[in-house]
Design a protein around this ligand. Structure first.
Ligand code: PFF
Length: 447
């Protein structure tokens, strides 16, 4: 039976919300603040912003442009565009590795989504109240060493994702982002308001925006570059898949600017919500990936109104993780739907259950299956390393190289509506600067 014509986003605003829903996730709220803390503060923030503008923006625009031209899943889009441009069919690899990467990321992203759900419940039940650092640490370690609990969180989270994606792009994604994004923004504003009341907001501002350049190292720069990639959901076929639903009349540069501003504001907002609490409670800024799970509950458990604030914070994190996870499943489902006789619902179930199974292996690596599997890494770390250090940079590099070097230059410039100066800037950045930056991340990531 012929499939219906490719659906389109009902409005530019809905598209912006969906793309921002993908970009804004654990990367912004969980990862960004702890990376700022580990990398010494404002100097990292500054370089990160530069990377977003000079590398993230052109790659985001490239992925959308490719997706909109191809009108299919990332793999078919790339092979189709390569054929029309008389380039080797091997360019399809860019699409395929993006889809595989999205599938792999979804499996362990859902595990963290499960943590977030568990912490939401803990906030409601008042588990944090009156606890000291040891108690909060024990809660986190207790969770990690309990496979049944991790499995439950992961399963509930994945079921939510499957349920939303199965309803289809218009009903599922639009409905979800319309509700989730504004709630998320509102919760952040409330938390920043609390941060202001702690008396340590100024300290947080200085920490985040007054650079101490002596803290800047080559490693910090590369960490900032890598995070710019992760936070914008680049190199995973996601933005390409979203672009395939994008109408011709949408201005890509303007839209990318809006999404990037939303993503950046949320990340900075998360920092501004978290650091005053960290400083007010004399907590360690550089405590790493555990920052929000081990440190914040301590603050929530010992402050007035901490139960409500804790609940709001982890709800916010769960919502953000959910919208990103929805976007991770989307390209995989689109691919299966177009390449097989399966309906959207069946394709979603097949992809979702597959990622869920891999996630089960990942969560077991925190407890019963903790011995290294390969290269000294367990399943969880292996999935993370393989995707973020190898697949993500290479796929994004492929997308921008193809756009800048393989597509007809005039037509790309016309599609982006560039002025004469705009054309020169675009060509310098898209042809040389951004690819060189990505290559640097990739190489340093491997050594
Ligand atoms: N951008 C999302 C975040 O910042 O949490 C995570 C993410 C989604 C990364 C999709 C990569 C990706 F392909």
């Amino acid at each position: 039976m012929a499939k219906l014509a490719h659906a389109q986003w009902s409005s530019r605003m809905t598209f912006v919300l969906a793309a921002a829903g993908s970009a804004v996730g654990l990367g912004n709220i969980w990862k960004f603040p702890y990376m700022v803390g580990e990398s010494g503060g404002a100097a990292f923030v500054f370089v990160y912003l530069l990377c977003i503008a000079l590398i993230g923006l052109p790659i985001l625009v490239s992925e959308w442009l490719l997706g909109r031209r191809g009108q299919k899943n990332p793999a078919s889009t790339m092979s189709e565009l390569a054929r029309t441009a008389n380039k080797p069919k091997a360019w399809a690899i860019v699409g395929i590795s993006g889809i595989i990467g999205a599938f792999l990321i979804l499996s362990f992203y859902s595990v963290i989504g499960g943590w977030s759900l568990y912490y939401t419940l803990n906030s409601v039940s008042g588990t944090f109240s009156g606890q000291d650092a040891d108690g909060i640490g024990a809660l986190f370690n207790g969770m990690l060493s309990n496979p049944g609990l991790l499995l439950l969180g992961h399963s509930v989270f994945m079921l939510l994702v499957i349920g939303i994606v199965a309803r289809g792009v218009t009903k599922g994604l639009e409905g979800a982002v319309r509700i989730l994004m504004p709630v998320l923004a509102l919760l952040l504003v409330v938390l920043i308001g609390y941060g202001m009341s702690t008396g340590h907001f100024g300290e947080a501002l200085t920490y985040m925006f007054n650079p101490d350049w002596s803290k800047l190292t080559a490693e910090t720069v590369l960490a900032a570059l890598g995070h710019a990639f992760f936070t914008l959901s680049l190199g995973m076929g996601i933005m390409m898949a979203y672009g395939s639903y994008l109408g011709k009349e949408i201005n890509l540069l303007q839209t990318a600017r809006t999404v990037i501003i939303m993503d950046t504001v949320i990340a900075l907002g998360a920092g501004l919500a978290i650091f005053p609490i960290v400083f007010a409670n004399n907590l360690d800024v550089a405590s790493g990936p555990g920052l929000i799970f081990v440190t914040l509950p301590l603050a929530f458990g010992n402050m007035d109104g901490g139960m409500i604030l804790g609940l709001m914070f982890f709800l916010l994190l769960t919502f953000a993780a959910l919208t990103s996870a929805i976007s991770l499943l989307e390209p995989v489902v689109e691919f299966i739907e177009e390449r097989s006789p399966l309906s959207r619902v069946m394709a979603t179930i097949v992809a979702g259950v597959g990622a869920w199974l891999l996630g089960v292996a990942a969560l077991l690596s925190f407890n019963v299956w903790s011995e290294p599997l390969m290269f000294g890494l367990g399943v969880f770390d292996l999935l993370d390393t393989l995707t973020s250090k190898i697949m993500l940079p290479l796929t994004g590099l492929g997308a921008i190289l193809f756009t800048a070097w393989c597509l007809e230059r005039d037509s790309v410039e016309a599609e982006l509506g560039l002025s004469a100066t705009g054309k020169s800037i675009w060509n310098i950045i898209a042809r040389y600067l951004a690819p060189a930056g990505v290559i640097a991340v990739f190489i340093t990531g491997l050594i």
